[in-house]
Design a protein around this ligand. Sequence first.
Ligand code: MN3
Length: 209
Amino acid sequence: MSKFTLPDLPYAYDALDPYMSAETLEFHHDKHHQAYISKANDMIGDAGMADATLEQAMVSAFKDPKHHGLFNQLGQHYNHLHFWNWMKENGGGTKMDGKLEAKIKEDLGGYDSFRDEFLKKGAGQFGSGWVWLAQDSASGKLEVINTPNGENPVVYGKTALLGCDVWEHSYYIDYRNARPKYLEAFVDNMVNWDYVAELFEAGPIKIAA
Ligand code: MN3
């Protein structure tokens, strides 16, 4: 039995069109995400982590240089599991839960500042990676950060509230090399703020040592 399996998308393949095409989602979900899962399943037993949760295995593998190959697969599995839920049809913009909106105002200066920073850090990530709205688990403060490859806020002791995949496979079919246009479409037309609010309400994630 495989430890990790690919969940269906929470919407139809064409639900995000024209901002993210069915063709992109077919490749990205069915091929790319599945490949991370298959490789993680192949490697996790030899790493002695078959009984760990995804989050625990991901953080342990990140901290141990000999498991970085496994970490890349686990990190990307975690990131994509959430990524599909961070988008929805008719999403994006400022329609969000009042408590989350107030927190963004308090820590980041408001929605417009959040948007500017998210677009800037997403465009500025050199090479493959992700841009995040994260919550530091110690201070509770929201921050916008970018990370390379399969890394995410969780491995740095933060909670990932929202993330956008800026690997080329996420936008090249629809936007070619125009990553900034893809990021704008993500923020303005696709973000599922209900899911972000759900993660914010759940509070900082805690990984057992
Ligand atoms: Mn991806």
